[in-house]
Design a protein around this ligand. Structure first.
Ligand code: PLP
Length: 387
């Protein structure tokens, strides 16, 4: 690992003055740079009104695409900005002209907004939704997934990291099978980009989505959709808007001529207020380097898991932690109560059905992890039935 002064980065996050924050997979923290940038946005709006579009806001939007493209080794023209994953998948589905013979596939461990969009389209006769079952909600057997892909398959969507278990999915095997069957492959990378390195060119990915909310430290309102240049040429959306038009500023209501770039998948005006902190989040991740981040979070995660296993907690994790991201689930009969008790002790984590979810990032320390283990151990001693 390059020598990184982790404490210098931690000082950028004032949340740690009051809290032991271990919940990045729900929401990444706001840095001082992000906060100042957000305040700067307010100043541009206050001082310039609409002229801020030309002086600042358009160039800030371009800077966002540049920073994100750098992170995943893409070209900025291959990035579309959308408000959330739900609208991104709706736009992609609208490109496909599905019939009732076509099939679209995801798994029960993928974020449910994908399956919801598939089901909503299915109810209108646009494709059959196939939801692959998981192995005890921990991971998806890639051979089982692949067995569902055939020449009726038009779209395959899965994640690199499962939000309910932290397991790293063998998405490449699934992607290769999708491509062999001429289906489009869409990687939901929301829980991976920023904590695990990715190079979309090297991996030959068609479409990849990730967002600012979690591991990219940008807050809500922005997702990044990478669509390779080759795939962009092949797709025309019907869920669309004026930002997708090749000649957007001619305001021509008589034509819809799509941009040659990934902007063809954009819809309307983006949330400029969200773009400001999002740029700062990406800059910090790029400056540190995701390889370094992964090395650090792997250390913190193994400290956490080994400590919890020694105390007899039941953990969802693979034997080899190289197959695990920085999301650890502890089985629990009343996770909301445990999360509340931890919160009363200044420790912020989250819960999902049947589990407490702990997700350290590079700004956490060994002390944060040990503190969390210590309080969990006290809770377990007082109320063993909870675990
Ligand atoms: C893997 C994954 N995909 C998507 C989302 C969010 O979807 P949306 O942006 O539509 O709210 C989340 C959020 O928790 C997620 O973990």
């Amino acid at each position: 690992m390059n020598h990184i002064n982790w404490l210098k980065y931690r000082e950028q996050f004032k949340t740690f003055e009051n809290l032991n924050y271990l919940n990045t997979c729900s929401l990444g923290l706001l840095s001082d740079n992000g906060r100042n940038s957000l305040l700067n946005y307010i100043d541009t709006w206050t001082n310039m009104g609409a002229s801020a579009w030309y002086s600042d806001w358009i160039s800030k939007t371009n800077a966002l695409k540049d920073e994100y493209a750098k992170l995943i080794n893409a070209d900025p023209d291959e990035i579309a900005i959308l408000p959330n994953v739900s609208s991104a998948i709706a736009v992609i589905l609208s490109c496909l002209n599905l019939t009732d013979k076509d099939e679209v596939i995801t798994s029960e461990l993928d974020f449910p907004t994908i399956a919801h969009n598939f089901k909503a389209q299915e109810s209108k006769g646009n494709g059959k939704a196939i939801i692959v079952e998981s192995e005890q909600m921990k991971y998806v057997d890639s051979d089982k997934f692949i067995s569902k892909i055939n020449n009726h398959t038009k779209l395959v969507v899965t994640s690199r990291v499962f939000y309910l278990s932290g397991f790293i999915n063998d998405y490449e095997k699934i992607m290769n099978s999708a491509k062999k069957n001429n289906a489009l492959f869409f990687l939901d990378d929301y829980q991976a980009t920023g904590q695990l390195p990715i190079d979309v060119k090297e991996k030959n990915i068609d479409i990849m989505i990730s967002g600012g909310l979690k591991w990219l430290l940008g807050g809500s309102g922005i997702v990044y959709m990478y669509v390779s240049r080759e795939i962009t040429k092949q797709l025309e959306p019907s869920v669309t808007g004026w930002f997708s038009h090749k000649r957007q500023f001619e305001f021509d209501p008589h034509t819809i001529e799509f941009s040659d770039t990934a902007s063809r998948f954009e819809t309307g005006t983006p949330a400029i207020s969200s773009i400001y902190p999002a740029v700062e989040g990406l800059k910090m991740i790029n400056e540190i380097g995701v390889d370094n981040i992964r090395e650090r979070t792997l250390k913190l995660t193994s400290l956490l898991i080994n400590g919890l296993l020694e105390l007899g907690f039941s953990i969802k994790a693979p034997d080899d932690l190289h197959d695990h991201a920085s999301i650890t689930m502890i089985s629990c009969s009343n996770p909301a109560e445990v999360v509340e008790t931890l919160s009363a002790n200044g420790i912020i984590v989250d819960h999902r059905p049947g589990s407490v979810r702990i997700s350290p990032f590079f700004y956490n320390t060994e002390e944060d992890i040990n503190h969390c283990i210590e309080i969990l151990s006290e809770i377990k001693n007082q109320k063993p039935d909870l675990f």
